[in-house]
Write a protein that binds this ligand. Sequence first.
Ligand SMILES: *Cc1c(COP(=O)(O)O)cnc(C)c1O
Ligand SMILES: [Zn+2]
Length: 365
Amino acid sequence: MDQYECHSCGTKYNVTEQGWKCQCGGVLDLVKENVPFSKVYKEMPSMWRYIDVMPFEHDSAIWSDITMGEGYTPLIVLDSAEPNTFVKVDYMMPTLSFKDRGAAVLIAKAKELGVKHVIADSSGNAGTAIAAYAKRAHIACDIFLGKGTSPKKIAQVKAHGANVREIEGTREDVAEAAQKAVDKEKKFYASHVYNPFFYEGTKTYAYEIWEQMNGAPDTLMIPVGNGTLLLGAYYGFKELMENKCIEKMPKLVAIQAENCAPLAKAFINNQQAAQPVENSGTLAEGIAIAKPARSAQILEAIRATNGQMITVNEDEMLKARAALASKGFYVEPTTAANYAGYVKYDRSSDEKIVIPLCGAGIKSN
Ligand SMILES: *Cc1c(COP(=O)(O)O)cnc(C)c1O
Ligand SMILES: [Zn+2]
């Protein structure tokens, strides 16, 4: 049986509807029974071609009623002048961001556990994805959002019939309100940050790149707030290493907005975990996380791959957004921030780099 394990103290827990963090306050990881990766289901043009490495009961087919065809997104050379730089167009997903990878797996797992009602909190895209998949799975859903959330994202969440609970305050206040409600109302916390099953979905980002490139790239540029794509990619490539599909890990280069960069600060100062910062305002709302709960794990992953962190300012983001649009891709500012990091990154000419296009421009203001 798969179990949860505390990242701080190592205590193990059975996977239940109610547990979402350790008694010591630490975040939980999933420790899986060792199931070998034996097969890619090539006939499936979605991330479910990797069902072999996903954390479901043997022969469980619950996911097949829940999937909307997410994943297996295009990997494309961005500009023929830079033939070793690829974009992975992860906004080509049912709810227009990479969060569908995590949400589809998390909601399918919730369904398998018999969950009837979930709570989540989000700065937008995760809430949208959870709301959509929960509805499709006939699971009731409350999404906690900050009052400043982009109106288009709020409209999208409401369209899926989720009960929106708007909270006054910071992103952290929103999360705290959701966590209190989870404990008091005894609901399942479908958190993209805390729930380890979300990362079992985002890890398919790595599997797809491996299959599409016929190996691992040298470098992954990844925008990081809570680290759900960064850690998913890290776990995915680690599994590929363990299964001897690749020989070396790609380097993780993580991007933050200068105005909200707790991880970059901790990285530079050689700290094991990030100290909370104050968000002084950024267009990159998707990575404006002042107090990332999995900061220690994110920093470990970047260091383990010999990676680095880059911060970008608001002006660089706007320029990057225009640059991507001029190449055909209209993205949201958070995705532009990541590309701005690539522009600043000191790369070698033969370095194979993958940049995710995480969120569609049409979602933001
Ligand atoms: C969620 C999100 C991010 C950041 O992901 P984290 O899990 O917070 O690191 C980046 N870009 C977009 C478009 C997102 O939706
Ligand atoms: Zn613990």
